[in-house]
Write a protein that binds this ligand. Structure first.
Ligand code: C2E
Ligand code: MG
Ligand code: MG
Ligand code: MG
Length: 281
């Protein structure tokens, strides 16, 4: 019966088993307070240029450490926030803070590095997303070309006219759009007819299985070639080993991200790394 009813039914089943309805209500209330009490912070994970081995972007990733010291993983609170709509508030915070941080780094000498912010569909479809982005940028005097918005591929499958039009506007503004978790879900590439993103990020599940499975490698190779034929930049996420790096180099991947280089780290730790490696003074 669950199969017949489609995705909705399955999702409801999962949320009931993983965490009860009551747990969710409680966590949602906590989340709202947590934002006010500044329990949410951004961590940053660098993206590295394959050829120069320099940092080309920082991806901002939300972290929630509660007053009691326990941290709640994004897989838990982002999913819930997407269900309750609170993601609009959280996302606004993330965008503002990421841009502020980037301008602080630039003031200290960081050059040619973009900041990547994950944006969920709920945020996109929320009224005046475009104005919000423009306001956020102008509030800190940030050129649009320094902002890269990551949107997961599954979202584009929903074929939302509004969404495509917003994405086009953002591109026109000069903001980069990256397709996150590329290759997962129900890729149809159909949306590529309607708008061209700046990059695709090949999902980490492919990267992790590449070494032991020639078919995974063939898929990655095909994705890289397809992207290059379309003049898109290719990012590999979840790079953990030297071997994966070598394979990706052979396949011609442009940008790398993963634990091999750095896990997501706090802004304080990132400051130290940037200082040590001569990116900032
Ligand atoms: P994502 O955007 O695809 O981010 C990649 C995830 O993989 C991150 O998990 C990151 O910590 C993890 N990761 C990075 N390198 C490696 C690696 O080498 N190996 C492995 N095993 N994992 C790696 P995280 O931080 O738990 O975030 C999970 C997801 O939560 C993100 O997936 C993104 O979809 C969502 N998320 C995080 N922050 C935000 C946000 O500010 N807004 C929105 N809408 N979503 C966010
Ligand atoms: Mg991402
Ligand atoms: Mg991803
Ligand atoms: Mg993901």
């Amino acid at each position: 019966a669950a199969k017949e009813a489609g995705g909705n039914c399955l999702r409801r089943y999962q949320s009931l088993t993983h965490s009860s309805w009551l747990d969710n209500i409680q966590l949602d209330a906590e989340m709202r307070k947590a934002l006010e009490q500044q329990e949410f912070v951004l961590y940053y994970q660098p993206k590295i240029d394959m050829r120069t081995r320099r940092i080309v972007a920082m991806e901002a990733l939300l972290r929630w450490v509660r007053g009691d010291g326990k941290s709640i993983p994004p897989s838990r609170f982002i999913t819930l926030a997407e269900q309750t709509g609170f993601i609009v508030n959280l996302g606004e915070f993330a965008m503002r803070e990421a841009c502020r941080q980037m301008m602080e780094w630039r003031a200290r000498g960081l050059q040619d590095v973009k900041v990547s912010v994950n944006v969920s569909i709920k945020q996109f479809l929320h009224a005046n997303m475009l104005e919000q982005v423009q306001q956020t940028l102008s509030a800190v005097d940030m050129p649009p070309s320094l902002l890269d918005i990551e949107i997961t591929e599954s979202v584009l499958m929903q074929n939302q006219r509004d969404l495509v039009s917003i994405l086009k506007h953002l591109l026109k503004l000069g903001v980069d759009i990256s397709i996150d978790d590329f290759g997962t879900g129900y890729s149809s590439f159909g949306y590529l007819r309607e708008f061209m993103p700046s990059s695709i990020k090949i999902d980490q599940s492919f990267i992790h299985r590449m070494k032991d499975d020639w078919r995974e490698q063939a898929i990655v190779s095909t994705l890289v070639q397809m992207a290059h034929n379309l003049h898109l930049n290719v990012v590999a996420e979840g790079v953990e080993t030297e071997e994966q790096l070598e394979i990706l180099q052979t396949l011609g991947c442009d940008v790398l991200q993963g634990f091999y280089f750095s896990p997501p780290v706090s802004s304080e730790r990132m400051n130290r790394m940037l200082l040590e490696e001569g990116y900032i003074d």
